[in-house]
Write a protein that binds this ligand. Structure first.
Ligand SMILES: Cc1ncc(COP(=O)(O)O)c(C=O)c1O
Length: 374
């Protein structure tokens, strides 16, 4: 794509940091891992950070650390990335889908309680597109019903709720660092938690169940290879140092989109501000007005692509995926999820997006909206 949907922002300094690791003999389980984990913990205010090779593996280890298992139920949104529900299913537990709020696109707390059953163990709150979920309502419901709270902060590093960084607010949270994220490690994720027990479990299980790290051939429990290499960590350390300036830049781009698209009555723009919160802009997702149907959104998406402008249809809800056909966790009506999914379009959004590109994206989008076939 001439103007891609996303694009990583890697500096020469970051390339040098990666190359320096490659000149050493320590490519995994070395000092960069510890440094990256300490930096993420310090930045987010978490007592512990455990780096893993993806956000998905982080979510999986959190499920295991919380003892979520066969037939347990976990409340999740469907308007999100499939890894959220898959991580629950890896442990033969059931993700139960609850609708989102049409404004925030996050789990609607008013709809959570109706989905709680005697088998419910946890609420997995996703900070969708970097916008903090309504954590105080979620904590109130969780306390009332004795549930654990997991934050999927994969799209939200640096976002703040009530003056605190998201991630370690509940029992555990997970960040992800795929190249389309605010900062990247190539592939990677980090679990954050205030619990030393959860951290110890995740640390052992990411490394083949080694409970004593010095004992290479002793495996105290069932584990996985979810390790993050020194090379990835070196990139993460340097990217994290720039996170604050990256977030400022992304907020500027979001404002620039708002200025250009704000006057169009056929477009619903993402919320600019949430009281008491700081948004960490991951993507910029607009929704077409009610008069547009899904096929027309798809036509616009395709036409944008044919003109070299990369857009995304975020999200195709999890319960629409063939992998979730006739799935037992689809029990509740999800009108806001389905309405938003049918009309949403993620526009190109990355640190180095130029004003001329932004102009072109906005002009082309609006031209296509006018030209869309019935
Ligand atoms: C909300 C959410 N959860 C989980 C993940 C999984 O992260 P990863 O791709 O690093 O496995 C993503 C990644 O895009 C995500 O957006």
């Amino acid at each position: 794509m001439r103007i891609p949907l996303s694009s990583p922002d890697i500096t020469e300094n970051e390339i040098d940091a990666v190359v320096s690791v490659m000149r050493t003999a320590r490519l995994s389980l070395g000092p960069k891992l510890e440094e990256f984990e300490n930096a993420v913990a310090a930045y987010t205010g978490a007592a512990h950070a455990v780096a893993v090779n993806s956000g998905t593996s982080g979510l999986h280890l959190v499920m295991r650390a919380l003892g979520i298992t066969d037939g347990d139920e976990v409340i999740v949104p469907s308007f999100t990335f499939i890894a959220v529900a898959n991580a629950v299913r890896y442990e033969r537990a059931i993700p139960v889908f609850v609708d989102i709020d049409a404004e925030t696109l996050n789990l609607d707390p008013a709809k959570i309680e109706a989905a709680i059953t005697p088998r419910t163990r946890a609420i997995l709150a996703v900070h969708t597109f970097g916008q903090p979920a309504d954590m105080s309502s979620i904590f109130r419901i969780a306390r009332k019903h004795g549930l654990r709270v997991i934050e999927d902060a994969c799209e939200a590093i640096g976002a703040e709720y009530d003056g605190c960084k998201v991630g370690p607010l509940g029992d555990a949270g997970v960040f992800a660092f795929y190249p389309n994220k605010q900062i990247t490690t190539g592939e990677g994720g980090v679990i954050v938690t205030q619990s030393s027990q959860i951290a110890a479990l995740a640390r052992a299980q990411r490394n083949q169940g080694r409970t004593h790290p010095g004992e290479w051939l002793e495996h105290g429990e069932l584990g996985y290879n979810y390790r993050l290499s020194e090379i990835n960590c070196a990139l993460g350390i340097e990217q994290l140092k720039r996170l604050e300036s990256i977030l400022k830049r992304r907020a500027e781009i979001a404002r620039a989109y708002h200025r250009r698209l704000g006057g169009n009555p056929d477009l619903k723009l993402p919320l600019q501000d949430l009281p008491g919160c700081r948004i960490s802009w991951f993507v910029y997702v607009v929704r077409l007005g009610e008069r547009f149907i899904q096929q027309q959104r798809d036509w616009i998406w395709k036409e944008m692509g044919s003109r070299g402008i990369g857009c995304g249809r975020y999200f195709a809800p999890i319960h629409w995926q063939p992998a979730y056909e006739n799935f037992e966790g689809v029990r509740h009506a999800l009108p806001n999820t389905e309405g938003s999914a049918a009309r949403s379009l993620a526009l190109p959004f990355f640190n180095n997006l130029k004003p001329s590109e932004l102009d072109e994206v906005c002009a082309t989008l609006q031209e296509l909206m006018r030209a869309v076939p019935d």
